[in-house]
Design a protein around this ligand. Structure first.
Ligand code: GUN
Ligand code: ZN
Length: 433
């Protein structure tokens, strides 16, 4: 049994602030986070909990910092590290020109392994401890990713892309082979340590109906796995889906009629949705991943967060690297705020903090394990540095309360603000300097 104690200002969400108000917040200006074997024992005021720390256990004091749960990225492509910052295209052209060529290299296990390590280093440098991750069409890509994530004891979900049309020949599988390859990966990796599998049809245009039906079959046969795909990101894409699936009522219906929607289904983007589509997502309990960095970078559009709230659709935040141009969920929060500003809406500091932590965990159905410091949860956490940059240090000292400080870190923070990232209580990243 290993005990550990971390002292400092602590902030976490106990619930959705939009629903539960101030009851949703746990804030301890001088707090103590007590851990046992990498799991939370308790979080509270130092003055109340200090007596529970046995003599001989060192209390690590994180000064001028905010201790928060590990950040959750609900949509990201690990094979797209080298696609970030590609100039001049919208979605369909971007895929063809930049993305597919990069992904075609992932049949090479050495390249996949090297990229997986780089990718996980980047996540941890940015305070992200859990992600829902796209591989490529190659089973080798997922094998490499899970191998790397397992070594680091991370809670991660990944899946092999299913894609049997409208992509270069070297990136195509078949309905049949995608079923068998996915099944083999599920059997090998799903539920192993902290890893989970997501059945991953890329998006409706690159799968035949036959392949989508195979994806639905996998979900029926392996009910614990996730479904991860894209939906309604770009108007041209939406028109293409209507042509390819004339029998469907709309884009969301394409997924619904193949049995792909449900509480473990996470669809990225959802920018161009009709009321009927919002309703269907809500009825099926499906979640959306909001990826403002990508939506602005690829010029896809503005996510209607108000509609998501009104329809009761769960939302998490995603970087969507390489459509998104940063690994930082703090940068995602910054752009999410601006996207709502442009739509006459306000994304409150605590609300976006919730989306990046407990809300993201809920969108991934992982909130039994991660998302806050409730007793028994896995102790993945981040130490945000109030002195990260001269500007942050100066601006923080002008704040009157924790919500102001939180907003400053959300708006001005990036990887430089991450002093330390811990996984199951152990240091997984410590910023130099
Ligand atoms: N739609 C289908 N594939 C992709 C992808 O790789 N990135 C993004 N942003 N959208 C997609
Ligand atoms: Zn994506």
């Amino acid at each position: 049994m290993t005990l550990a104690a971390h002292r400092g200002e602590i902030l976490h969400c106990l619930d959705d602030p939009a629903a539960a108000g101030t009851d949703a917040v746990g804030h301890y200006p001088d707090g103590l986070l007590l851990l046992e074997d990498g799991h939370v024992v308790s979080a509270g005021d130092f003055a109340d909990l200090a007596s529970q720390v046995p003599a001989g256990i060192e209390i690590l004091h994180h000064r001028d910092a905010l201790i928060i749960p590990g950040l959750v990225d609900t949509h990201v492509h690990y094979p797209q590290c080298e696609v970030i910052a590609s100039y001049g295209t919208r979605l369909l052209d971007w895929l063809e020109t930049h993305t597919f060529p990069a992904e075609s290299r992932f049949g090479n296990p050495a390249h996949a392994a090297d990229t997986a390590e780089f990718f996980l280093d980047e996540l941890l440098r940015n305070g992200t401890t859990t992600a829902l991750v796209f591989g490529t069409v190659h089973a080798e890509s997922v094998e490499a990713f899970f191998t790397a994530a397992q070594k680091r004891h991370l809670r991660m979900i990944c899946g092999k892309v299913m894609m049997d049309r409208n992509a270069p020949a070297e990136l195509l599988d078949t309905a049949e082979s995608s079923y068998h390859d996915s099944e083999a990966l599920i059997r090998r990796w799903h539920g192993r340590d902290r890893l989970g599998y997501a059945v991953t049809p890329r998006f409706a245009p690159t799968s035949t109906g036959e392949q989508l039906a195979m994806a639905g079959r996998l979900l029926m046969e392996y009910p614990g796995v996730h479904l991860h795909t894209h939906v309604a990101e770009n108007p041209e894409e939406c028109r293409w889906v209507a042509e390819l699936f004339p029998e469907a009522n709309d884009y969301v219906d394409v997924y619904h009629r193949h049995g792909l929607l449900g509480r473990r289904s996470v669809l990225a983007h959802g920018i161009h949705l009709s009321p009927a589509e919002w309703k269907r997502l809500a009825e099926t309990g499906s979640a959306l991943s909001h990826c403002p960095l990508s939506n602005l970078f690829i010029g896809s559009g503005l996510f209607d967060y108000r509609a998501a709230r009104e329809h009761g659709v769960r939302v998490g935040l995603g970087t969507d690297v390489g459509g998104g141009d940063s690994f930082s969920i703090l940068r995602v929060i910054n752009e999410a705020y601006k996207v709502q500003q442009l739509q006459d809406n306000n994304l409150a500091p605590l609300q976006s903090f919730y989306l990046a932590t407990l809300g993201g965990a809920r969108a991934l159905e992982l909130d039994a394990h991660i998302g806050n410091f409730a007793p028994g949860k896995e102790a993945d956490f981040v130490v945000l540095d109030y002195d990260a940059t001269p500007l942050i240090a100066r601006r923080i000292r002008a704040c009157r309360d924790v919500m102001e400080r939180l907003f400053v870190m959300e708006m001005l923070g990036d990887d430089r603000a991450i002093r330390e990232t811990r996984v199951l209580g152990e240091v997984a990243h410590r910023r130099a300097g």
